[in-house]
Design a protein around this ligand. Sequence first.
Ligand code: MOS
Length: 749
Amino acid sequence: MEKAFFDQDNNDNSLDRVDGRLKVTGAATYAAEYQLPNVTHAVLVTSTIAKGRITSLDSKLAEQAPGVLAVISHVNSPGVPAYGSSPAMPQRATLGTPLRVFHDNLIYFSGQPVAVIVADTWQRAEFAASLVKVQYEKEPHQTNLEANLSRAALPANVQRDKNSRYHDYDRGNPEELNTAAVKIEATYKIPTEHHNPLEPHAIIAHWEAPDKLTLYDKTQVIKGTQGNLARAFKLPLENVKVQAKFIGGAFGSGIRVWPHVMAATLAAKKVQRPVKLVLPRELMFTSVGSRPETIQHITMGATKDGKLTTITHEAVAHTSTYEEHTERTILATRMLYDCPHVSTRYRLVNLDVNTPTWMRGPGEVTGVYALESAMDELAYALQMDPLELRRRNHADSDPEKNLPWSSKSLKECYAKGAAHFGWHKRNPEPRSMRQGQMLVGYGMASSTFGVHRNYAKSRAVFQADGKVIVQSATSDIGPGTGTAMTRIAADTLSLSPAFIRFDLGESTLPDAPGQTGSTTVSSVGSAVKVACEALKQKLLQLAVNTPNSTLYNTNPADLSVEQGRIFKTGNPATGVTYTEILKQNNLPQLEVTEESKPGAEWQKYSMSAFGAHFVEVHVNPTTGEVRVKRVVTCAGVGKVINHKTARSQSIGGVVGGIGMALTEESVMDHRFGRYVTGDFANYHVPVHVDIPPIDVFFIDEHDPHVNPVGAKGLGEIAIVGVAAAVANAVFQATGKRIRDLPITPDKLI
Ligand code: MOS
């Protein structure tokens, strides 16, 4: 595994994780681990019906149980000031009202919080929760997407927004399908999947004063959580503090402010003590979103020599009855291949479940699974190598936006991945390759994810001791944000990384967007870069303005910097260190704050990352068990800031894709409208034994257009396409095309 990494063309000057030691020694503090004096413990009582109303909620016994401080429900909630106005706390890409916890007696889904118990210990809260008696008036619920397809509709939030990209899209004349020489048509299904980071969601809510709130929360969006809580409780922004210094994975579950956050905050208000609430694993399945279930229908037409003529792609996904969650499911189909006639349709069906949300690679991962499975089917219909089919339909510019790519290395990814994998050894005939008893299959798929960028700010402070503190209110859900930012700051300032400390995870730091959509390096990294550049310029200016400096009156353009020393280019003997400059000017420190935001480049270029995955599977013909034996993944993601952590991120994405392909499925018992797979015994994420060697390659891409850092983002593209590559490999191994994930053994025998 290591070998492939060092085989890359890139020099390996990777940093270890700057917080690695803290994490592996247990010194890193996660949300639930903050030690607050007087802390109390909260446990949620959740609904056992999927739809209806609470007719009575009897908490007398619970209130009398030992150690109980409060039982809060719609009956006695102190209330959230903004709940009165609707929609409260509007959030990106949703239409409707987020679930207003304890607001009224209405039940929207099974597992909805109906009360919270606060006690002096968690055990006592847990016991008291068992004593709350809730009676309901049930109404018939709908939780089955397939049975409700007749209600599929264009989302209302799309209807209201004429600029939305989810409107019906037609390019050319999709009727051309009728005249295509070769056609395929298929329906693909992905079940609801749930984010299952190792660390469950957790929060400590602490009202430090009646109008001052501090949250230790597992959130990907620190400033957003601060803003949402300030609006909800009608507090000045600066009166709300949010801390999330360490996060044990999230995958998108931490992008929104969920009901349990409001429940803990309300409870803390009521008991006037800090309240800790940790979601048990089972509630991770109803409290923090999910990947929506989808049914996708694709048709493709091509000429005999494998030139795509038409693609139609219809996607239906579920949402809740109280909000619309929309995602990019059909967008990749419009731009991944050069095809003259394309149509896409996007529809939602509301069901009596909690609102789905973004889950790693949201939209693209779903759409590309269907598209890349269909491409494989088309390759077989054409009797053409699937990789060759993709090469023949390469989009040299963005066929939807009619814009040039800012950069694209998909062909290089195909070449490098195929060569390293040994794709040429593949016999395309299904069931033609064996190793002992095992059927062997090779499969591949393309991947893509849009490049995004948000406004971000960063402060950089050069201290008298030679250290630089760089700050931004981003979070780090695992990719190694602190490490990447340290690298960017060190390179920009021409300093050793050992002199950099990057602070993140607190709302008091300069503005940063949420860690979402693979945007952290492009957004926060750009802010860090411009802040450090400004700091360096300030130091250079100071050097040439300091009368007793050897560089006095030198033109800054004639200066070079190495390892924190400024000198006349070509003459290192003239050098003066950053620290000496501060001393000569009697400055305790030098500070700059800069911002960075996207500009006009988005009108000139289409910006996306592209890649390819190659997978070998072995299938046991008797038991139907699929083992992934090796994976080669290659992507062009702009500049790779730190190879070691980037490689880890790619491996994590492939692992997620293998889970999606083979095991992950949230099973709903429609009789009760309740997920029955609420633990790791029933919801199967891959474990070590399921994961083969994964070779990761990056194409060295120089993209001056995307952002000052030149990085496109990596977190999401790492998973996009993996499930299709696995499914395609399973087809070549077995001759069976499994179009509904996960590919469990029962589907292969
Ligand atoms: Mo990602 S789904 O934006 O955490």
